[in-house]
Design a protein. Structure first.
Length: 285
């Protein structure tokens, strides 16, 4: 079976963008040219009749730049303040860019409690479904301003890789695309091992592949490494969602992936049965 070919038929797509893909590496400030390309790519998917959800990092990095800080604060309260400032600014930019292509966008901020609480999870699902039925592009991020202390016994998602996989499961998506500063999955770290081989398609995410995740990130502005992306692949696969990890250096890669071209690593979902999201959460988080 040509797994890439069937990506052309995906109707509900979740796209996650990492902080490193949204900002200039030298300054940490938003890369507006790339954001313009992103808005055009997602708007074109909408024009094709596809449902699109964007899970966007970058709130803290945007807040750091807006507040004139030279680096991300180390204290929790500083990070939360940056997130509060940055999230508002990030959404303002997204809404302006999407409006240029006659697209409506909406903000959804989530915490882990959104997923583990049955009522909250159902409410979130209903909100997503209604927005998508209205042709709106939901833009999702973790609620960094409150999520670490909203409930003392809850942990954060910790990265938007995991969050995006949860969202994909929640909305019953067909495809999840994770864009970061890596080309995909390799047999070893290609930065340190020149013999590391690229893996094009993963049909079975076994323990051997899971052990390849080192849990580190090559970017100073991001939080998720390969380990979090493999966790996301587990969640997506359990929910029946195909997933692609690819490099977000050029956001034109989005239409190339959805056209079935060979970019990134494709994780093929094997699940065809009804999956309850709470079971996935209990098993993996």
């Amino acid at each position: 079976m040509d797994y890439r070919e069937r990506l052309k038929d995906k109707k509900r797509i979740v796209i996650k963008i990492g902080s490193s893909s949204l900002t200039h590496s030298e300054t940490g400030r938003l890369n507006l040219r790339k954001l313009e390309v992103l808005a055009r790519e997602l708007s074109d998917l909408r024009n094709q009749g596809k449902d699109v959800i964007l899970v966007s990092s970058g709130a803290i990095a945007t807040g750091v730049a807006a507040l004139g800080m030279h680096e991300k604060p180390t204290e929790l309260k500083g990070k939360q303040a940056c997130a509060a400032v940055g999230q508002a600014r990030l959404m303002m930019i997204y809404q302006k860019l999407f409006s240029e292509y006659n697209q409506l966008s909406a903000q959804i901020l989530m915490t882990k409690n959104t997923m583990v609480n049955n009522i909250n999870r159902k409410n979130a699902q209903n909100t997503f479904d209604e927005l998508l039925s209205l042709g709106v592009i939901p833009i999702v991020n973790e609620n960094d301003s409150i999520s670490t202390y909203e409930l003392q016994n809850l942990e954060k998602f910790g990265d938007n890789d995991t969050l995006s996989a949860m969202v994909a499961a929640l909305v019953r998506a067909d495809l999840l695309i994770l864009l970061s500063d890596i080309d995909g999955l390799f047999t070893d770290d290609p930065n340190t091992n020149p013999d590391a081989k690229f893996i094009d398609v993963v049909e079975n995410l076994d323990d051997n592949l899971l052990n390849m995740g080192k849990g580190t990130s090559g970017s100073k502005v991001g939080t998720g490494g390969m380990a979090t992306k493999l966790t996301a692949a587990q969640i997506a696969s359990a929910a029946g969602v195909d997933m692609v990890i690819a490099n977000g250096a050029d956001f034109h890669i989005i239409h190339k992936i959805t056209e079935g071209r060979k970019y990134g690593t494709l994780f093929v979902s094997q699940s065809k049965e009804e999956v309850y999201l709470i079971d996935i959460i209990d098993r993996l988080l």
